[in-house]
Design a protein around this ligand. Sequence first.
Ligand code: F6R
Length: 615
Amino acid sequence: MCGITGYIGTRNAAPILIEGLCKLEYRGYDSAGLALLHNGVLDVKKKKGRVAVLASEVQSKPFYATMGISHTRWATHGGVTDANAHPHISSDGNIALVHNGIIENYENIRKFCESKGYTFKSQTDSEALANLIAYHYEYRTNKDTKNRLLEAVRKALAHVEGTYGIAVLSKFHEDEMIAARKGSPLIIGVGKDEHLVASDVLGFAGRANRVIYLEDGQIASITKDNCEIITMGNKPIDLVVNDIDWELETADMGGASSFMEKEIFEQPKVLENAIRGRISDDSSTSVLNGLNMTPNELRQVDRIIFCACGTAWHACMLAEYYIEKYVRIPVEVEYASEFRYKNAPLDKSTLVFVVSQSGETIDTLEALRESKRKGFKTLAITNSVGSTISRESDGGLYQYAGKEVGVASTKAFTSQVLISLLVALYMARMRDLSFSAGKSIVDSIISLPEHVKNVLKLAPQIKQIAKKYAYKHDFLFLGRLGEFPLALEGALKLKEISYIHAEGYPAAEMKHGPIALVCPECPTVIFANTEEIIPKLVSNAQEIKARKGQLIAITDTPESFEGLADDIIALPKVHEAIMPIVATIPIQLLAYYVALERGCDVDKPRNLAKAVTVE
Ligand code: F6R
């Protein structure tokens, strides 16, 4: 979603800010802008469209400054226009602001500012905050106070309802940048004689190895060689500076034609990373120290709630499948956005798990907070070391999948599913799962990367299939049990990157409605890898063919679909525990090749953002 970068130091700020914005492009945006400050002049450039458009504007009218702020906007309030792009400048010309998040009471703030004579050029909620800070600077702070800008921001933010990550400049403060956050991530990079600010560490990749994570309710006053942080209540905070592991954080395409392609094909390695160090010496269970729970505490758990959004929510459905199957305790999977508001009944032996690749999804973060507010132990599975979710959870497991840049989640999904299998195995072995049953699951987990490698070799066949169906308008995806979440994930992947309407259903539900869609123009993808229900799935396939529907079977029993399916993607027979992961690969490849065939930008699909940091 929106991205922020800021720089204050001794070097030319503009190229550093543009470089930062380029690194944040993967998050999804529709316009970009920057503000530079030098000799009391705020130079602002902002343009709808790609960062490259802004960069050429900056190059054609260079402005030298050693401090500045910049932004990529993903429209929420107001259309995609130059005027709505950030930074926003207060109408008195004093304050420049970039903002991520949503100011819910912006209309009241706007009216208040207008009543004080401030004017507006955009339709955004953010401009209201720029004017409110300017008002506080002018009328609500002591002119002789050293911390006047900091005070103005603090006092203005006290009136804000909603979420924000902001970076602020004042033309009267040549040597200071203010940053603040509530519900929208902001990180300060510490360099030699310079500081950087970004909404995602990638924004200053290669420029700072040490970072300060701003927490909600904190405001920082940053100069080139100093950083002071206070709370909204004006109490100083001790700085905690962390080292960054850039190997985990950085990503390049490494010769692939897109991040999505690279991320699909690196899954064997990603799965190895998820397993590394997590199999016990006796090889019948997993070792999950990150959970921060003793075996005794885990044995007391008699219900688990998983919360997540989107693809991560599909991974949670597989967590449910594994835990109910192997641990034999009830699991519920909640959309994080619903859980945070629905006041679900929980009891003392309920464990809450949140799952988030980015570790910053606002609804997932708020679900975590809601659960913690109620006093529940709340664990997280996340891919982003140092993310807000990883910091605020009571324990959890990192995916170590490496940065996922492609907007459509691929490697993060399979790695989340694998980690939830490790959790199920760990808890099951503390209960009723036998040594030999545990060992057979462990053996299958160890063999998983190799199986995934082999299924990836089907890419040329799947590419041909994709070409055949790329111009259909609708798709159905059907699966049962551990393959029902795959039906949902297959449909989501296809629609988000190729813009084809697709729906996922449990196969048996087809007759309760979706079968009405079946016709030559609406192909069906059917998963059939669960031995005991293959005959049922064959019946579904026959029902589809009887209605002239085209059928693609993803199956480890190809003989059952010969003469029936139009196309068969044959999978190896693998242990039931790892089957859902193996069977995910073809749907990722199918969506990817369909999107390529249709000329879609797979890494930056329209309207989508990588980390959804607003509600
Ligand atoms: C789909 C996709 C999204 C994310 C969702 C949650 O391909 O990527 O549905 O899965 O926005 O994101 P995280 O996992 O970062 O919380």
